[in-house]
Design a protein around this ligand. Structure first.
Ligand SMILES: [Zn+2]
Length: 187
């Protein structure tokens, strides 16, 4: 039985479901539903048996990219996992679509905003867009001395470099702390 046909059964149970592919892995088929619902037990077992490569997601673990429609995971998969999407005014945008316009819209979204930080561009992308690292490493977390505050850092750098615009870049994200840097470019 085809996966699509198998999933038609779910509709009869009056349950919401969706299926597609990951935005960052279009080879992997994903089925999304509330798998806690007992009515879906047989469907779930059948999918696992006949489509072992298919990933089953709970409906509160994923969203879809508002540009390409592919599936984005919204929960961390492991310690240190960082988001591979951002929330534009039109809705969530996956990393691939953000890259699609050379990150121009994405940069506008995170620019000069201490409540946001880059998780999609690597150092090369930052360099291509004219950004250079303005400092060493900042740290914020539960460990002693990890008190660096993005809001006051941004104000400090804006005062020191009035002809620069800034973005924060998350270098590393642990279980209890975040290491970040501030990048700037002249305008
Ligand atoms: Zn996309």
């Amino acid at each position: 039985m085809r996966l699509e046909t198998m999933l038609k059964v779910v509709e009869k149970y009056d349950c919401n479901y969706g299926y597609g592919v990951y935005a960052d892995d279009t080879e992997t088929q994903v089925v999304v539903a509330d798998w806690n619902n007992e009515k879906l037990e047989t469907v779930m077992a059948n999918i696992e048996r006949h489509y072992p490569a298919t990933v089953l997601h709970y409906d509160d673990e994923v969203t879809t990219c508002s540009e390409c429609g592919n599936i984005i995971s919204t929960i961390p998969g492991y310690y240190g996992d960082i988001p591979q999407f951002y929330c534009s005014e039109e809705g969530p945008i996956c990393a691939k679509c953000a890259e699609g316009d050379d990150y121009q819209e994405y940069i506008q979204w995170i620019l000069d905003d201490s409540s946001k930080a880059n998780t999609l561009m690597n150092e090369n992308d930052l360099d291509t867009n004219g950004f250079e690292n303005m400092n060493g490493m900042f740290e914020n977390g539960f460990h002693h001395g990890q008190n660096d505050n993005p809001a006051s850092i941004l104000t400090e750098y804006q005062d020191k470099f009035p002809h620069h615009e800034f973005i924060f870049h998350i270098d590393h994200c642990g279980q209890f702390d975040t290491h970040f840097q501030i990048y700037g470019r002249e305008f």
